[in-house]
Design a protein around this ligand. Structure first.
Ligand code: SPV
Ligand code: MG
Length: 337
């Protein structure tokens, strides 16, 4: 757990809504544990105009949280176990979290899920309209069954009903394209989910091109015009990965999720290091493929622990210095809110 990047649940929860209302493109990166959350939420680059560019928030993916535990993505982890991982992530970042709620399970379980996530300060949950237990959408061979749309809409209604704030959002994830049911089916379901109170829509596709997603987005625009309101749209361009954020934004996408890249990068890097050590029969050559120990100390806050130890070991620590440190931490939190 880090003592940096702290934020209280009430301050964090409405972040995503604030970002959406600010009308800018929102980029979200996947996290599956504390370390990936630290990396994803602190990574930055400096753009040409020397503006700092960072991810706006984190996606707690079922695929990568399962894979990080050596498990397939089939809703094997129960709610309590998933909440432990989410809590681990919340403790190291002050960015908003979008949680992958899988199918949400039974409606009553979804009520508990929403209530717990809202209390923890998560900003949004996304549930997909497949039958429990689902199979990962990117699989070429898995057989998927769509949920009855009335039952799914009812699950959304029940989730909304237990919420205590206006900040927490429930997104409905459409799996009609993944299951080859077509745009019409997706739009029919979208209408039902929006009318049931969904705060937004995630349209998923495993095609290599954007064609079907763009067709859906056109239909979505018409649907919103007809309904007289518009809710935010999320895309996950894992397979159609040549598309840029700007292009998706130009087609009306509000949030883009890069859903699995940190876990995949970690697995590939770990594999390489194992092979290098086996090949050379020592670890020297693997060093350049690894983060240094001192960098690791810095990333996880170990250097801060040492500094704090030495600060408080000083026999003449004055109350005013301690107060100043507390004020610095509070200022940091206020700045964010
Ligand atoms: C996940 O990241 O767990 C998702 C997105 O649900 S996908 O793997 O594309 O289905
Ligand atoms: Mg998932």
């Amino acid at each position: 757990m880090s003592l940096k990047n702290r934020i209280l649940p009430d301050q964090r929860r409405n972040y995503l809504k604030t970002l959406i209302n600010s009308d800018r493109q929102i980029r979200i990166i996947e996290a599956h544990n504390g370390l990936s959350a630290l990396v994803g939420s602190t990574a930055s680059i400096s753009a040409k105009d020397s503006k700092i560019i960072e991810f706006d928030g984190l996606w707690v993916s079922s695929l990568t949280c399962s894979a990080a535990k050596g498990l397939p993505d089939t809703e094997l982890s129960n709610l309590e176990r998933r909440l432990e991982t989410i809590d681990e992530i919340l403790r190291v970042t002050n960015k908003p979290l979008i949680v992958d709620g899988d199918t949400g399970g039974e409606a009553v379980n979804f009520e508990y899920m929403c209530s717990r996530l809202e209390s923890m300060g998560v900003s949004a949950v996304i549930i997909e309209d497949k039958k429990y237990p689902k199979r990962n959408s990117l699989s070429a061979n898995a057989s998927h069954t769509l949920e009855n749309p009335n039952e799914f809409a009812n699950k959304i209604r029940r989730g909304r009903e237990v919420l205590l704030s206006d900040d927490f959002m429930i997104f409905a994830r459409l799996e009609s394209l993944v299951t080859n049911q077509g745009i019409e089916d997706a739009l029919l379901r979208t209408r039902m989910y929006l009318l049931a109170g969904a705060d937004g829509i995630m349209i998923h596709s495993k095609k290599r091109t954007t064609d079907e997603v763009y067709s859906f987005l056109e239909g979505y625009k018409a649907l919103c015009d007809e309904l007289g309101f518009r809710k935010p749209i999320i895309c996950v361009p894992t397979t159609y990965n040549t598309v840029t954020n700007e292009e998706l934004s130009g087609h009306g996408v509000d949030i883009v999720i890069y859903a699995n890249h940190l876990l995949r990068a970690a697995q590939a890097a770990m594999q390489k290091v194992c092979e290098t050590i086996l090949e050379k029969n020592r670890s020297l050559e693997a060093e350049e493929q690894c983060t240094s120990i001192s960098e690791l100390f810095e990333i996880v806050g170990f250097n801060d622990v040492i500094k704090r130890d030495s600060f408080f070991q000083n026999p003449v620590v004055k109350l005013k210095d301690v107060r100043k440190r507390r004020k610095d931490v509070r200022d940091q939190i206020t700045e964010l809110s």
